[in-house]
Design a binder for this molecule. Structure first.
Ligand code: LLP
Length: 399
């Protein structure tokens, strides 16, 4: 269920507020606009799905590292999944319980491992196994297939088990982990992976390790197309692995990023012009690949809508929606059927809560935008300042 919906009056609403009104009350554009209640609802969907299992929801901070959002997720009972020393520092700053933080990813820096080790005493480790399951997603976001850089393959497993055995006072092997990829839309993939993973757990237990955790990773996709297609829910995901997890009396860890945060936000832009070159029509907006790179980087589709109803006589055409950045890769959408907007009209890119702000850059010195959320009572609050030119100049102070 989407918190940003077009009402019968043709205006786009979020939690009872007209996005048009929010846009007019905000001092800078483009900007990211979140629904705080939607974040809560997304966590509740996972919590409900996990009932009857011992579990940890480890929110993958890389998807969105806004400190206010992290604090909210922590208050809702989430743990955190981190991939760098700085993500660990941020998680601690947001108040996450270190015993519910998981540090993973390949190519860890020694100094970051030292930092993580200081948080625990004897270090609980999970072995990240590469189960060779094809997640059927864009190659850039597939991680659990055998030629990917992630995890340990079968033939290396024993070597790692032996290392753990040699360091009983420093390391405690507590479980096995896999992460298959991102934007996964078939839960069978998780079922197959869970079946393979418990076989590994059987093998590991047979060597005398008391492993108790299966971490099945993140990766559940969302309905970016708004096509009405029914995609698997958190419940569908958990239900496909539940029996396997219970059969071995395991504690389940999941690491959702996108499915917790993507649909809670839209990226709000203004139209700066409309033009036609050759056979192409363009809507030019103030946002760009600098603030939201997923379409340029992965050819990802994110749904685009105007925030206000078009005049009855507005012509519907096929447009590429582009920004002001000096690259032809700078597009937010291609071949979109939209009413011809007027200069100044609001245009939003949906599902911008995950891997949008966290992957934003300052290319062309387009400084990272501010973030706002709509709270339970319907008030709008700033949850991150927009970056300024002065922030950029500060990097050169005192050189
Ligand atoms: N756990 C691990 C070990 C991961 O590597 C990731 C994401 C997650 C959990 C969370 O996955 P999620 O539930 O969000 O799919 N920038 C790309 C996505 C990269 C995902 C990287 N790993 C995008 O914008 O689509």
């Amino acid at each position: 269920q989407h918190c940003f919906t077009k009402s019968t009056d043709g205006f786009l609403y979020c939690e009872g507020l007209k996005v048009q009104d929010v846009m007019e009350s905000v001092d800078r554009r483009p900007f990211y606009l979140y629904s705080k209640p939607q974040i809560t609802r997304n966590v509740e969907a996972y919590r409900d799905a996990l009932e009857g299992l011992r579990s940890i929801i480890g929110y993958a901070i890389k998807a969105n590292n806004n400190l206010k959002i992290l604090e909210h997720l922590r208050q809702l009972g989430c743990g955190a999944v981190l991939v760098s020393g700085n993500e660990l520092r941020l998680a601690l700053r947001a108040g996450f319980d270190p015993t519910r933080c998981i540090f993973n990813g390949n190519g860890k820096l020694f100094e970051d491992l030292v930092l993580a080790a200081q948080e625990g005493k004897r270090i609980n480790v999970l072995l990240r196994i590469n189960p060779d399951v094809d997640p059927q997603v864009h190659p850039y976001v597939a991680t659990g297939n055998k030629n990917s850089k992630f995890g340990i393959r079968n033939e290396k497993l024993q070597w790692f088990l032996d290392v753990v055995k040699e360091h009983p006072n420093e390391l405690k092997l507590v479980g096995a982990h896999c992460h298959l990829g991102s934007t996964i839309t078939k839960v069978d993939i998780f079922r197959d992976a869970a079946a393979l993973m418990v076989n590994y757990i059987d093998e590991i237990r047979a060597q005398g390790f008391e492993v108790d955790y299966l971490n099945i990773g993140g990766g559940l996709g969302i309905d970016y197309y708004h096509s009405g297609a029914v995609l698997p829910s958190p419940r569908d995901l958990i239900d496909t692995v539940r029996g396997t997890v219970l059969s071995r009396d395991l504690n389940l860890i999941i690491e959702p990023g996108r499915s917790l945060i993507a649909n809670t936000c839209c990226f709000v832009n203004r139209v700066t012009g409309v033009k036609t070159n050759g056979t192409k029509n363009f809507i030019v907006i103030d946002g760009s690949m600098a603030e939201l790179i997923r379409p340029s980087l992965y050819g990802a589709y994110q749904h685009i809508e105007l925030v206000s109803p078009a005049p009855a006589d507005a012509e519907i055409s096929t447009f590429d929606v582009v920004g002001p950045v000096c690259e032809s890769a700078d597009f937010l959408g291609k071949d979109r059927e939209l009413p011809t907007p007027a200069k100044g009209d609001g245009l939003i890119v949906h599902d911008a809560g995950a891997y949008c702000m966290s992957m934003a850059s300052t290319y062309n010195l387009k400084m990272r935008p501010p973030e706002f959320w709509i709270e339970e009572g319907g008030s709008v609050a700033k949850i991150r300042h927009g970056e300024t030119f002065e922030d950029h100049i500060r990097f050169f102070d005192g050189l």
